[in-house]
Design a protein around this ligand. Sequence first.
Ligand SMILES: Cc1cc2nc3c(=O)[nH]c(=O)nc-3n(C[C@H](O)[C@H](O)[C@H](O)COP(=O)(O)O)c2cc1C
Length: 192
Amino acid sequence: MATDPFALFDEWLAEARTSEINDPEAMALATADASGQPSVRMVLLKGHGPDGFVFYTNEQSAKGEDLAANPRAALLFHWKSLRRQVRIEGKVERVPDAQADVYFATRARDSQLGAWASDQSRRLDSRQTFESRFEEVKRRFEGEDVPRPARWRGYRVVPERVEFWLDRPHRLHERRLFTRDGEGWTEGLLYP
Ligand SMILES: Cc1cc2nc3c(=O)[nH]c(=O)nc-3n(C[C@H](O)[C@H](O)[C@H](O)COP(=O)(O)O)c2cc1C
């Protein structure tokens, strides 16, 4: 039996990378606002390990506001071709600025410009407005590197609970649950 969920997650993600038709790193991110209203959307996993599961976004987006009010989240990977899911729950921390800078620098230039042009989750009157803003930032940074906008940052979900769900015939699915136990992890099973 594994002693922590990370090695098993690596194994499953590696398999998903060979089987999914696109975005094996896509995960649903659930947050809740201060009133408890949940909200869920997809994001891309951009780093993972014993420290947690990292994604990047705009801190002024709806999810960013939720996380400022309630820094807890749940993640869900569903790899359809493998008929597997992984559910992760825990506290959310910000990724240090220096690490976010390094990742931002690896993004395609248009994605970097998009991060400047987009007021993510705010109302937009027309597509044209967004396109003009994009052209404006394109001119603004012409001939220079595009720096990371301060509001664009990384978040790390530090897991307290990780469940691996495996399809079995006749709905007799297998569920392995890892729960954080001090410095280590306890593993158990759940009824399907
Ligand atoms: C497969 C997929 C991956 C996505 N990855 C990201 C991501 O890594 N970061 C992000 O901010 N939005 C990502 N999006 C867009 C989000 O789902 C969402 O539309 C956006 O972040 C605004 O969410 P919010 O209004 O709840 O904050 C992705 C969408 C899809 C379908």
